[in-house]
Design a protein. Structure first.
Length: 481
């Protein structure tokens, strides 16, 4: 029994106790009794966080991200996140089913529940057919990289084909929106001019390349009649495209990262190469104007979700890029810090209400990914993924005390106020203040059903269907042709 707390959901705040049996919430009410009591006095009791965007042990840029599923999910739990969604990445030419088997193996030691998005990294009849099988296995989202030319990137024709396939399957495409051709050109120009440091990473990926790609993906999704989810929305140009599309009635979702909300591009001017390289991720950190735009989007609802893109690399891995910024593995951590950082910089400053905090860290994500109310809810029958949040507990973020295995933290030195007192994963207490009680292997795969087709409402554009050939009068044909 979770006793004496104030329940905060995406739409209500009220005092009540919660009774958990096995892995479910079985009763919500006053004066309940149970065999074991967790004291939630002075605390908010919220649905556990869901991070819809992480890369655990991901093969990428000649190496693999350092935190595996066990470490990553433990870091999540320590910060109040009870579920993660990773990206299954088939190599171009590789079967989706083969890649899925590898990801299933990797996630076996997860401490908390997880799911996958499937990446479309190449296109063929085989991929077209396998997408059905992927949906049958409980994966209803397909990721497309518009950047990383020569590696993961897909072209517009491949995206259009894949988006149409998603529409037919009730699945939703996701895009990493950056114009990969332009990034590659700018990278080469910068290198040829002697700009080889980590600051050039940001110069090669300005907001315009993200805005262009976001607009393009939205138009292609519109033509395919499918909803669209734009991952790591980092700038006003991409946010503007999302706002405009939503105003037209299109179901387009945007996902700012906690890093983009709270860290800016001055990090790349740090005289210490390691400091700057550790912050190299794509898209790069932006200036204050873009950060304000992202906060405004969360407040107004034009952006729906806060994620991390957790993709941690060690100092040694980052140093692969000394002398050539294009070889710095792209990625930063954040899984443990997302909820405390967003509470501190969002709720405590008055930018977000507590209910909005729950929406953007959990409930909206569960709804968009079609796992609500199993996840993302404090309701009888929901999974007991619960965070008992102590708004008065504080700490200074430090790599020396983090769960991630890398030696640094991009939020180093930041003071956060608001931390879990308890984190429960499907009924098990995984975190009790600073004590970690998680069990590797406790996490389970969460299958996600396809969505009901909503194509009709999405687009005014209609493909011309037969008869499409205009019959010409022979007497009006140009003579002699
Ligand atoms: N961006 C990153 O920074 N890392 C992982 C992949 C990505 O798109
Ligand atoms: Zn990405
Ligand atoms: Zn990512």
């Amino acid at each position: 029994m979770i006793k004496g707390g104030t329940i905060v959901t995406a739409d209500r705040t009220y005092k009540s106790d919660i009774l958990v049996d096995g892995d479910k919430i079985i009763e919500i009410g006053e004066n309940l009794s149970g065999d074991e009591t967790l004291d939630a006095s002075e605390c908010y009791v919220m649905p556990g966080g869901i991070d819809p965007h992480v890369h655990l042990e991901m093969p990428f840029m000649g190496t693999h991200s350092a935190d595996n599923f066990e470490i990553g999910t433990r870091a999540g739990l320590a910060g109040g996140t009870t579920m993660v969604v990773d990206f299954c990445l088939p190599e171009p030419g590789q079967s989706m089913m083969e890649a899925l088997a590898i990801w299933q193996q990797k996630s076996g030691a997860a401490c908390a529940d997880y799911s996958y998005h499937m990446a479309v990294t190449w296109w063929s009849e085989q991929v077209f057919n396998e997408m059905q099988e992927v949906v049958d296995r409980g994966i209803n989202t397909f990721k497309h990289f518009m950047a990383y030319k020569g590696a993961l990137m897909v072209d517009d024709d491949e995206m259009f084909a894949s988006f149409q396939r998603c529409a037919a399957l009730g699945a939703m495409p996701l895009v990493h929106a950056e114009n990969g051709d332009i990034v590659a050109t700018m990278q080469q120009k910068l290198l040829s001019e002697g700009n080889n440091g980590p600051e050039a990473h940001a110069y090669s990926r300005p907001p315009e390349v993200e805005g262009e790609a976001a607009n393009r993906a939205i138009m292609i999704a519109d033509m395919a009649g499918v909803p669209l989810y734009i991952v790591h929305t980092s700038c006003e140009q991409a946010h503007e495209a999302i706002r405009r599309a939503r105003q037209k009635g299109m179901r387009v979702y945007g996902e700012p990262l906690i890093q983009h909300l709270t860290l800016d591009d001055s990090e790349y001017s740090n005289p210490n190469w390691d400091h700057a390289a550790q912050r190299v991720m794509s898209p790069p950190f932006r200036n204050k104007q873009h950060q304000d735009s992202l906060w405004a989007g969360l407040q107004s609802g034009s952006l729906q979700v806060v994620a991390t893109d957790h993709c941690a690399f060690t100092i040694e891995q980052k140093r692969f890029g000394v002398g050539d910024f294009t070889r710095i593995p792209n990625g930063t951590g954040g899984l443990e810090d997302r909820m405390p950082m967003l509470w501190t910089t969002g709720v405590r400053t008055g930018r977000l209400t507590m209910n909005e905090f729950v929406a953007v860290t959990s409930t909206n994500i569960a709804k968009i990914l079609n796992i609500y109310p199993k996840k993302g809810a404090i309701l009888e029958g929901a999974d007991a993924d619960i965070v008992v949040w102590d708004p008065n507990r504080s700490k200074t973020i430090s790599a020396s005390r983090q769960q991630s295995c890398v030696e640094y933290n991009v939020f180093e030195g930041k003071e956060v106020i608001g931390l879990p007192r308890f984190t429960l994963t499907r009924g098990k207490v995984a975190i009790e203040e600073s004590t970690i009680k998680v069990e590797p292997g406790h996490g389970e795969f969460v299958g996600r059903e396809p969505n009901a087709p909503v194509n009709a409402a999405l687009s005014k554009w209609k493909e011309i269907t037969a008869p499409r050939k205009v019959e010409r009068r022979p007497d009006l044909m140009p003579a002699g042709v």
